[in-house]
Design a binder for this molecule. Structure first.
Ligand code: PEP
Ligand code: MN
Length: 340
């Protein structure tokens, strides 16, 4: 941390800051400048943060030097990208591309098995589908619950595809742990810290979606909540954020992908479906995600999107999915990645 004093700070004020910093055991370096004095505090930034130095006489500002996330960071100890094996599929590490596909929501056994067979045949690596759905309106269809999880398990049984499904509420943790291969944390719950800790205790890989209005620092600190519980396999998901633009459902922040690659060792997955809100945009946004170095995509697919109970307008037709896979995998290949 760096403490910048005001130009008029007195020697006594500088001394008081130094003395207070020294109580935390950090190494203190006072650096007088032409106009202002800066005081460097080298050591545990959390202890320094807790001193609330901003309120002391003569202090202008306190500037953090190191980044606030620790376990998710690639700066501290984990320099190499993490690579996970999820049911035989490799995620992360730069040479593979994960294609997670399936319906927004498990509606019926027939609908889910139908989509699962179609995405498997086209080369998907995992099956997505929500059994517990976060809905903006409490009167909208909110999923089949445990019944939906059983249908997903049947689809896994038949296709061999690992299942990605959302943990919406800590009360469902046992059921999710029983049926899911990857535990999804939805965008609306990215900062539900108690739920993140529950997810981190399940011993399963977690797909953490970026909050609708969350910064990337906040996303990585949310990942720290899961990682600190012992789960090493956390995948981050850029799924679009709220901006002034209303033409698309959300604004897909593709700059997030290379930024995250610089600052974290965790794999990055892109969700073009929820960002676009319109299936016509899904293929180009997926190609772009592959081009900026995403480790994979999570995409919504339905055999009859017009009859879907949730997110139909953004779901790809299952009959179009083989062409979509060919196109996206060609873009991933340009970066040396193969579908896995
Ligand atoms: C989903 O993937 O099913 C979903 C609800 O997405 P998000 O949490 O990103 O809105
Ligand atoms: Mn959806």
């Amino acid at each position: 941390m760096m403490i910048v004093m005001t130009p008029g700070a007195s020697e006594a004020e500088i001394e008081a800051v130094r003395a207070k910093l020294e109580t935390t055991g950090v190494h203190v370096a006072v650096m007088p400048g032409e106009l202002t004095t800066a005081i460097g505090a080298i050591g545990d930034p959390e202890g320094v943060r807790q001193l609330s130095l901003e309120g002391m006489a003569g202090v202008d500002r306190v500037v953090p030097i190191s980044r606030p996330y620790k376990l998710a960071s690639s700066e501290l100890s984990h320099h190499e990208p993490s690579v996970f094996d999820i049911g035989g599929r490799t995620v992360g590490g730069g040479s593979t591309f994960a294609l997670i596909a399936g319906p927004c929501t498990v509606e019926t056994r027939e609908q889910t098995l139908g989509v699962a067979r179609a995405v498997k045949a086209a080369g998907a690596s995992m099956l997505r589908g929500g059994a517990f759905k976060p809905r903006t309106s409490p009167f909208a269809f909110s999923g089949l619950g445990v019944e939906g999880l059983k249908i997903l398990a049947e689809a896994r049984e038949e296709t061999g595809l690992p299942v990605v499904t959302e943990l919406l509420n800590g009360q469902h943790a046992d059921a999710i742990a029983e049926y899911a291969d990857v535990v999804q944390i939805g965008a609306r719950n990215m900062q539900n810290y108690a739920l993140l800790e529950v997810a981190g205790k399940l011993g399963k890989p977690v797909l953490l979606k970026r909050g609708l209005s969350s910064s990337l620092d906040e996303l990585l600190m949310a990942a720290d909540y899961i990682l600190k519980e012992g789960t090493e396999e956390v995948m981050l998901c850029e799924r679009g954020i709220r901006t002034f633009e209303t033409a698309t459902r959300f604004t897909l922040d593709l700059g997030a992908v290379p930024w995250l690659k610089l600052h974290t060792h965790l794999p990055v997955i892109v969700d073009p479906s929820h960002a676009a809100g319109d299936r016509r945009l899904v293929q180009p946004m997926s190609a772009a995600a592959a081009a900026v170095g995403a480790d994979g995509i999570i995409v919504e697919v339905h055999e009859d999107p017009e009859a879907a109970l949730c997110d139909g307008p953004q779901a790809l037709w299952a009959s179009d999915f083989p062409q979509y896979v060919a196109d996206v995998s060609a873009h991933a290949k340009l970066l040396g990645r193969v579908l896995a």
